[in-house]
Design a protein around this ligand. Structure first.
Ligand SMILES: Cc1cc2nc3c(=O)[nH]c(=O)nc-3n(C[C@H](O)[C@H](O)[C@H](O)COP(=O)(O)OP(=O)(O)OC[C@H]3O[C@@H](n4cnc5c(N)ncnc54)[C@H](O)[C@@H]3O)c2cc1C
Length: 394
C-alpha cells in the first residue's frame, strides 16, 4: 500500500533475545520514517534466563521473569509476528516461518539464542527435558511439581550439565521442591538430586575459588555430583554413561552446552565449527552483509566469548547502531567485549556467589545485588519511556 511517504526498507528481527529487546527500545526512542520493522518471535513473552532459577526456587513469578514483546514492538513502531523461523534463503532475502509465510527483508538480524545440545544423547529428548526453550521447560516444571507432590515414595532427579546453568538449576530445583513439600507437610528428604558433568570439577572455565565454593555448597546440600560422567544415552528411568556406569533416575533435566538451531546449516551462510553464525565485530555475517546476528546464536570471529546473557545484553547497543547505519550508510560500531564479566550465580536460597577474574564473594547481599541488577534490566523493557515529542493523548 502506498502511504505517500518516503519509500521504506524492511528490517526484520528474528527472535526477541536480550540484544533485540534493546534494539526495539532504541528504535522506539528514535523511529525512522524510511525503515519498516518486523519482529518475528517464537514466544510473545520472552524469558530472561538469569531469573529462571529464581522462578523455579519460588522467588519470582512468570511476569517478573518475562518481557512482553507486543507492547515493546508497539513502542518501536514494529509489527510483531508470533511465529518460529525455520528457514532462511539469503539470496532471495526471505525467511520462512513454521506456519508457512515467507517474509522478505532488506536487512535481517537474528537473535534466537541456543538450546542444550542433545545430539549425542539418544533418548534425551524423549525421556528428559531440556532447560531451553524456557517456556517449554516451565510447563514441564509445573508437571514435575505435581508428580512430586503426588508421589508416595522417593523421587530421584538427575540434572545433566555442571556449567553455570546446571548448577543454578539443581540448587533452585532442590530449594523450590523442598519449600513446596514442607508447605504440604511432607518430608523434603523424599527428593534426592544428582548432578552429572563430563569434567572433573563443576563450573569448568571458572576460577578454582568459585569451583571450590560451589563444590562445598553442593556437598552441604546433599546433592551428589558425578564427575567425569559423560552421559551417552537416556532411557526411561536410567542414565547411561560412557564409562559403563548406569544411574537410575526418575526425572532428568538437561542443561548441557549450547547447540545451534539446525536450520542455519541449510541457509548457506558462513557458520563456525559448532554451527553458530560467524560474524565480525560489527555483528555482521562474514558471508552476507545484509545479515546481522547477536547473542548465543552468533560467534564473533576473533573475539570468542562464552554463551552468556551478559554478552547478548552488551551486543544490543552496537547492534542497534549498526542496523541503523546499514540503512543510512553510517559507519559501523564495533562490539568491544569485556575480557572478564561479573558472574553472579544463585544458590536457590536467596544466596549467591559473585566473581570477576580472581575475585569472589558470597552471601545474601550478593543475591540482593543480583536481584537488583536483574529487576533493573527487566524494568527497562517492561516500563517503557515516553517517546520524544509524544504527548499523552496525541
Ligand atoms: C538456567 C540458566 C541460567 C542462566 N543464567 C544466566 C545468568 O545468570 N547470566 C547470564 O549471563 N547468562 C545466563 N544463562 C545463559 C543465557 O541463558 C544465554 O546466554 C542467553 O539467554 C542468550 O541470550 P540470547 O539473546 O542470545 O537469546 P535468548 O535469551 O535465548 O532469546 C532467544 C529469543 O529468540 C526466540 N526464538 C528462538 N528460536 C526462534 C526462532 N526459530 N524463530 C523466532 N524466534 C525464536 C525465543 O522465543 C527468545 O525470545 C543461563 C542459562 C540457563 C540455561
Amino acid at each position: 500500500m502506498d502511504r505517500g511517504g518516503p519509500p521504506q526498507k524492511h528490517l526484520v528481527l528474528v527472535g526477541g533475545g536480550h540484544s533485540h529487546v534493546e534494539v526495539l527500545r532504541r528504535l522506539g526512542l528514535a523511529r525512522s520514517e524510511t525503515v519498516r520493522v518486523t519482529l518475528i518471535g517464537r514466544d510473545r513473552f520472552t524469558p530472561y534466563s538469569g531469573m529462571l532459577p529464581g522462578v523455579v526456587a519460588g522467588h519470582y513469578d512468570f511476569a517478573d521473569a518475562h518481557i512482553d514483546l507486543k507492547p515493546l514492538c508497539d513502542f518501536a513502531g514494529a509489527h510483531f509476528i508470533e511465529d518460529r523461523v525455520v528457514g532462511l534463503d539469503p539470496d532471495r532475502r526471505v525467511v520462512r516461518c513454521a506456519t508457512g509465510p515467507l517474509i522478505s527483508y532488506d536487512i535481517l538480524s537474528i537473535n534466537i539464542g541456543s538450546s542444550p545440545n542433545l545430539a549425542g544423547i539418544p533418548g534425551a529428548e524423549k525421556v528428559g527435558v531440556p532447560v531451553k526453550p524456557i517456556n517449554g521447560f516451565l510447563v514441564y516444571w509445573h508437571e514435575l511439581v505435581e508428580r512430586v507432590l503426588a508421589a508416595q515414595g522417593p523421587v530421584r532427579i538427575g540434572v545433566i550439565g555442571t556449567g553455570a546453568g546446571g548448577i543454578e538449576m539443581v540448587l533452585a530445583v532442590q530449594y523450590g521442591l523442598h519449600q513446596l513439600l514442607m508447605a504440604a507437610g511432607r518430608d523434603p528428604a523424599m527428593v534426592t538430586l544428582s548432578l552429572f558433568g563430563r569434567s572433573d570439577r563443576v563450573l569448568a572455565g571458572y576460577a578454582p575459588g568459585v569451583q571450590a565454593r560451589f563444590e562445598r555448597i553442593l556437598r552441604a546440600r546433599g546433592i551428589i555430583v558425578h564427575s567425569n560422567a559423560v552421559v551417552i544415552a537416556a532411557e526411561p528411568g536410567l542414565l547411561r554413561c560412557a564409562d559403563g556406569r548406569d544411574y537410575p533416575v526418575d526425572e532428568m533435566l538437561f542443561v548441557t552446552e549450547a547447540g545451534a538451531p539446525p536450520w542455519l546449516r541449510e541457509a548457506g551462510i558462513t557458520l563456525d565449527q559448532h554451527g553458530f553464525i560467524a560474524v565480525n565485530l560489527a555483528l555482521q555475517s562474514l558471508s552476507h552483509s545484509t545479515i546481522f546476528a547477536a547473542g548465543d546464536v552468533a560467534s564473533v570471529i576473533g573475539a570468542p566469548r562464552p554463551k552468556s546473557g551478559v554478552f547478548a545484553v552488551r551486543q544490543g547497543p552496537p547492534l542497534a547502531e549498526n542496523l541503523r547505519s546499514s540503512f543510512t550508510g553510517g559507519t559501523m560500531r564495533y562490539f568491544q567485549p569485556q575480557n572478564e564479566a561479573l558472574a553472579l550465580l544463585s544458590t536457590g536460597d536467596r544466596y549467591a556467589v559473585a566473581s570477576r577474574g580472581g575475585w569472589t564473594m558470597e552471601g545474601r547481599l550478593m543475591w540482593r545485588w543480583k536481584d537488583w541488577i536483574d529487576r533493573r534490566f527487566m524494568r527497562r523493557y517492561q516500563i517503557l519511556p515516553s517517546r520524544p515529542g509524544e504527548t499523552a493523548g496525541a
